[in-house]
Every structure is written in structure tokens, then in C-alpha cells.
Design a protein. Structure first.
Ligand code: ADP
Ligand code: MG
Length: 323
């Protein structure tokens, strides 16, 4: 890969967890409801993401690795209303530029699948392969060709932990999808994928937290808030159990955290942080996710509205929970 390619890749991919994030988001965009992730050495030497989504057609496979050749955005207007998790067409070329990638995939219409192997972003090799409908990405030797980046990787266990907490969040955001994580041969997460948020919370946060959760369901001013917030019994001294999603995309939001805590204060107590898993559904034109490749920070067209709706949603749930 060229220097420009490697620099662009570094914007999107800085550790195994960012590779897993991009691959799993692609699986979700492809309509998968079963996603399995396997790691060896924290994902540094090997990681695999297998899904039962749409698969990629033979003729589309090499194209998927061309920068900005996304299949998800056709017009400038689409950029204002992003519904899919991916939209830049940068992930696959970036991952391929800094590792050895092998994709095995089959679409429903095809009797047989194919495999595409790319190393360091060079032209890949396409061959026939037998496989189930869906897609498997295998990524080996992350940053093998960029020693400067390799140096910034943390210990295997730290990189593996980053992937594990990413999968926790993805599982919380998508209770109707079954997620599995295998680390060095051990299964450390498996969610049922039956749509029940409380059972995902039980697996990720523990039984005490899950038992203390009150459902949240509230709509106002074009924003719908769903999910769960905890009763005071499991309040923590940190925000570690607060998770927010917008249209199922994990985000960091001071606005949302502030609103939850204000509602909590109003209702119950100060100085403690509730656990919560809240998903905001709102028209995607009201939120700008196109801020940074990592896409964790979002801008709302009206922060005030979002604050008010989250506040009211939590207040309503908490007073319900007191009865
Ligand atoms: P983006 O997600 O921004 O479109 P990516 O580089 O992440 O760009 O992916 C490129 C293209 O490859 C996608 O637009 C999609 O068509 C295809 N693709 C990638 N992963 C999968 C998958 N797991 N299942 C089906 N199609 C996929
Ligand atoms: Mg993508």
C-alpha cells in the first residue's frame, strides 16, 4: 500500500477492536441475526467475524475493497439520512492495507460461495469455496507492515478486553441479534438473540443489575426513547454502567448522560449514577454522525430537545418504578 493508503487506514483502524467494530457493523448492515467473533492473542495475530447476513456476490467482492466504493450511499442526499452503520466505504480497504485478510462468503441465490484473499492491500485472489450463506472475515497479523503502529498496540489481554467491551455494547444495542465471543478457544459471551434486553443486561452487567432495571418507553417531539434504567439499589459511584445508542449505534453523549442524572437526582438521590441502556430513535436527519471516522461523538440538530425527551423518559420510568 502507498503511504497515503496507510495514513488513511490509520484514521479508521488503530487496534483490533476497531477492526471488529467495522466488521460487525457491516454484518448488522447485511441483516445478520447471528454474529460470532473469535480472537487469538487479543485479535493481534488472528480475528474472525462470521455472520449469517446477505453475503457478498462474487462480482462485488473485489470492489468492496476499493476505497469509497460503498454500496450504501448513492447520492449526496443519502448522506443526510444515514440509516446504515457504515457509509464511508473505508473500512475494508483500510483493514486490508494493514493486515492479511481472507473473506469467505455466499449469497442466498448462489449454490456455491467464494473466497477472496488480500495481503497488505495488494490486488487479491478470488477462488471458489464451499460455505453457508453469509460472510466470514478472517484477519491475521494486524499492522504486520506498519511497525510504528504495531508498537502502540497494548498487551494481548488489553486488546482482547477492548474487543470484549465493544461486543458487550453491540449486544446491548441489538438484543434481537445473537452474539458470540470466543477468546483463545474459550467462549466468553453468548447472547440468545431473542430480543429480550434484560437477558442481555444479565449476561453483560450481572443478575443484580438486570433485576433492578425498569423499562423505559417514551416518545415526544419526534424522539422515541426505549431501553431500561436502574432503580437506586444498584446505583454506582461511576458512569460505567451507562450506555447510549442512537438508532442502535453506540455513542458517547454528555447530553444524554446529563439528562439521565438530572432525572435521577430529581427523583431519588444525588451523587450516585444509575445504570442505563437507552436507545434513542429519531429521524436520522436530526443527528449528524458524520463527524469523525470513529463515529462515537454525534451532534444533534437540537441538543435541548434530546435532553428534554431523555429527562422526561427517565422521570416517567422512575416514577412508574416506584409504584
Ligand atoms: P461501508 O460499510 O461504509 O459501505 P465497508 O468498507 O465497511 O464500507 O464495506 C464495503 C462494502 O462491502 C459494503 O458496502 C458492503 O456492500 C460489503 N460488505 C462488507 N461486509 C459485508 C458483510 N458482512 N455482509 C455483506 N456485505 C458486506
Ligand atoms: Mg462498513
Amino acid at each position: 500500500p502507498s503511504v497515503a493508503e496507510l495514513i488513511a487506514a490509520g484514521e479508521v483502524i488503530d487496534r483490533p477492536a476497531s477492526i471488529v467494530k467495522e466488521l460487525v457493523e457491516n454484518s448488522l448492515d447485511a441483516g445478520a441475526n447471528r454474529i460470532a467473533v473469535e480472537l487469538r492473542n487479543g485479535g493481534i495475530t488472528y480475528l474472525r467475524v462470521t455472520d449469517n447476513g446477505s453475503g457478498i456476490g462474487r462480482e462485488d467482492l473485489p470492489v468492496a475493497f476499493v476505497r469509497h466504493a460503498t454500496s450504501k450511499i448513492a447520492t449526496a442526499d443519502d448522506l443526510d439520512a444515514i440509516m446504515t452503520l457504515g457509509f464511508r466505504g473505508e473500512a475494508l480497504p483500510s483493514i486490508a492495507a494493514v493486515s492479511r485478510v481472507c473473506v469467505t462468503t455466499r449469497t442466498a441465490g448462489n449454490p456455491s460461495g467464494c473466497r477472496y484473499t488480500v495481503t497488505g492491500g495488494d490486488e487479491g485472489e478470488l477462488e471458489d469455496a464451499g460455505c453457508a450463506v453469509g460472510t466470514t472475515f478472517e484477519v491475521r497479523d494486524v499492522f504486520y507492515n506498519t511497525p510504528a503502529r504495531m508498537k502502540f498496540l497494548k498487551k494481548d489481554i488489553t486488546e482482547g478486553n477492548a474487543v470484549a467491551s465493544l461486543l458487550d455494547r453491540l449486544a446491548l444495542a441489538n438484543p434481537a441479534v445473537s452474539f458470540e465471543l470466543i477468546r483463545d478457544g474459550r467462549r466468553v459471551l453468548q447472547t440468545p438473540g431473542d430480543g429480550n434486553l434484560r437477558s442481555v443486561i444479565r449476561l453483560v452487567c450481572g443478575a443484580d443489575v438486570a433485576a433492578a432495571m425498569i423499562p423505559v418507553g417514551y416518545s415526544q417531539d419526534g424522539v422515541t426513547v426505549g431501553g431500561m434504567i436502574s432503580k437506586p439499589s444498584v446505583a454506582r459511584s461511576t458512569r460505567s454502567l451507562q450506555t447510549f445508542f442512537i438508532n442502535s449505534r453506540y455513542i458517547r453523549s454528555r447530553t444524554c448522560a446529563g439528562a439521565v442524572e438530572e432525572a435521577y437526582k430529581n427523583r431519588l438521590m444525588t451523587g450516585r449514577f444509575p445504570a442505563c441502556v437507552l436507545n434513542l430513535e429519531l429521524d436520522s436527519s436530526l443527528v449528524d454522525v458524520n463527524v469523525h471516522p470513529a463515529k462515537l461523538e454525534v451532534r444533534f440538530s437540537s441538543e435541548r430537545t434530546v435532553y428534554n425527551v431523555v429527562y422526561s423518559a427517565c422521570l416517567a420510568a422512575l416514577s412508574q418504578g416506584e409504584r
